[in-house]
Write a protein that binds this ligand. Structure first.
Ligand SMILES: C[S@@+](CC[C@H](N)C(=O)[O-])C[C@H]1O[C@@H](n2cnc3c(N)ncnc32)[C@H](O)[C@@H]1O
Length: 150
């Protein structure tokens, strides 16, 4: 996304998955804002809650992750990019900590099935950022179910 990020061993290094997700979120946020203004939930921000806010300056982002270590890295990146007044960070399990309704919920959740051994540079990243039950689909399915009630 043309931005530099602080990363530590506690987080997934942002990769093309992240960029595709952010690019689509920015498109949707811009379309929504053109219609009526918006509020965006960005679940699992890890290192990168900043790009969607940076490239879609008219949205409010509430970003969450289940680990405080990942959120601390996200907080540093929000600060580096001068977005502290526009991105709220909260800790919790999927939609658990969110209150109210959102125009867009986006997430790059873990999706690697247990028993699969990714390539060495991926496997070196935190397991909590990579693996999910039910053949890798458990967290995505739960987020979709929970989001319907938000
Ligand atoms: C694949 S990484 C994505 C990181 C970042 N969003 C990105 O795209 O570069 C998945 C993130 O989901 C978080 N996570 C895992 N289980 C979660 C849960 N139940 N609720 C919230 N976040 C969770 C992990 O801590 C990790 O930071």
């Amino acid at each position: 996304m043309g931005l530099d990020f602080v990363v530590t061993p506690a987080v997934l290094v942002p990769n093309p998955d992240t960029e595709v997700l952010v690019q689509r979120a920015v498109e949707l946020a811009r379309e929504q804002h053109a219609r009526c203004g918006s509020r965006t939930s960005e679940q699992a921000p890890d290192a990168s809650p900043s790009p969607s806010r940076h490239y879609a300056p008219n949205v409010d982002v509430v970003a969450s992750d289940i680990t405080t270590e990942a959120l601390e890295v996200a907080r540093r990146n929000v600060e580096v990019h001068g977005l502290g007044d526009r991105v709220q960070l909260i800790c919790g399990d999927l939609m658990g900590p969110f209150v109210g309704s959102f125009d867009l919920v986006c997430a790059n959740l873990p999706y690697v099935a247990g028993g699969i051994t990714p390539c060495p540079e991926v496997v070196a990243q935190p397991a909590r950022a990579l693996y999910a039950d039910v053949n890798g689909s458990a967290l995505v399915t739960r987020l979709m179910d929970d989001s319907r009630h938000t």
